[in-house]
Design a protein around this ligand. Structure first.
Ligand code: A2P
Length: 268
């Protein structure tokens, strides 16, 4: 049951949905996730983002958030950074069940399956909150229809920041819709860069050294058999995009599907 909505302090602007926070979970002092009610008429493709705001000003600040839940879910899930002075996140991090969150009505984005041509394996490369669009895609049956093997990499500063993705990965097999589909076909690869863990280093370094392949026991990235989806900070995108291009991958779009796609993980 959705919590009783509390009245927002400011009028809701035209052409935005006003939705109710259903749940909030804090992972660290930098990361949290939240779920909101889903407008009946809202449709999106797994992997896309929407603009999120709060009704705390006459002209609310909106920021882009990848939808982390799959397209079939009754609620919408998001995974967010907390920036102490962030125009939106300094307030958003304080939301509680029953509060109102604003959402612009149109979703968009490049991290969509239709921007890739079919292949055997897909590698979803993420850092920090860049895992969010993949959390959506991993729970979408179309992902397993299109690809035989799905590898998600998630690199964060410390181990606590990996928990969101680890719990998501563990929950896949029990999912009534996609549980069976994912059996033996999904792999999560984690690393940390600032706290000691079983696997350390940036994903670019781990791929570059070959440790990534030997850890997983898989063939190296190959544009003939693989597709790559990338989401993280601006610097991460630049470096992983370069790595993909050096391996012969070509950036795709809805109008010209190809072998890799990129989206920045938004902060603020
Ligand atoms: P590092 O700790 O070496 O900066 P953030 O939370 O700052 O967005 O970082 C998330 C993760 O992304 C961190 O592990 C960080 O490593 C890593 N990272 C940052 N920049 C790059 C980059 N250019 N290429 C690959 N990984 C990166």
């Amino acid at each position: 049951l959705a919590p009783e909505p509390r009245a927002p302090q400011f009028p809701i602007p035209a052409n935005v949905y006003a939705e109710t926070v259903v749940s909030v979970r804090h992972y660290t002092d930098r990361l949290f996730s939240f779920r909101i009610t889903r407008p009946q008429s809202f449709r999106f493709r797994s992997g896309e983002f929407v603009m999120i705001g709060l009704p705390n000003a006459e002209k609310p600040v909106f920021r882009a958030y990848s939808v982390a839940s799959p397209a079939w879910d009754e609620e919408l899930e998001f995974f967010s950074i907390k920036v102490p002075d962030g125009p939106l996140t300094q307030h958003l991090q304080k939301i509680q069940p029953g509060d109102t969150v604003l959402m612009r009505q149109k979703s968009t984005g490049t991290l969509v399956l239709d921007a890739l041509t079919p292949a055997r394996r897909v590698f979803m490369i993420s850092t920090g909150t860049g895992i969010a669009p993949f959390a959506s895609l991993l729970r979408d049956p179309d992902t397993y229809e299109k690809f035989d093997q799905v590898v998600l990499t998630h690199t964060c500063r410390d181990r606590a920041e990996l928990v969101y993705g680890q719990e998501l990965a563990a929950s896949l097999k029990d999912d009534p819709l996609i549980g069976e589909l994912t059996e033996g076909r999904f792999t999560l690869y984690n690393s940390t860069t600032r706290e000691e863990s079983d696997c350390m280093g940036r994903i670019t370094a781990l791929i570059g050294s070959g440790k990534f392949y030997s850890d997983l026991g898989v063939e190296p990235l190959n544009p003939e058999t693989d597709r790559v989806m990338i989401c993280g900070s601006m610097e991460m995108l630049k470096d992983v995009k370069e790595l993909a291009e050096n391996h012969g991958f070509v950036e795709g779009s809805l109008s010209a599907p190809a072998s890799f796609v990129v989206e920045r993980a938004f902060v603020g």
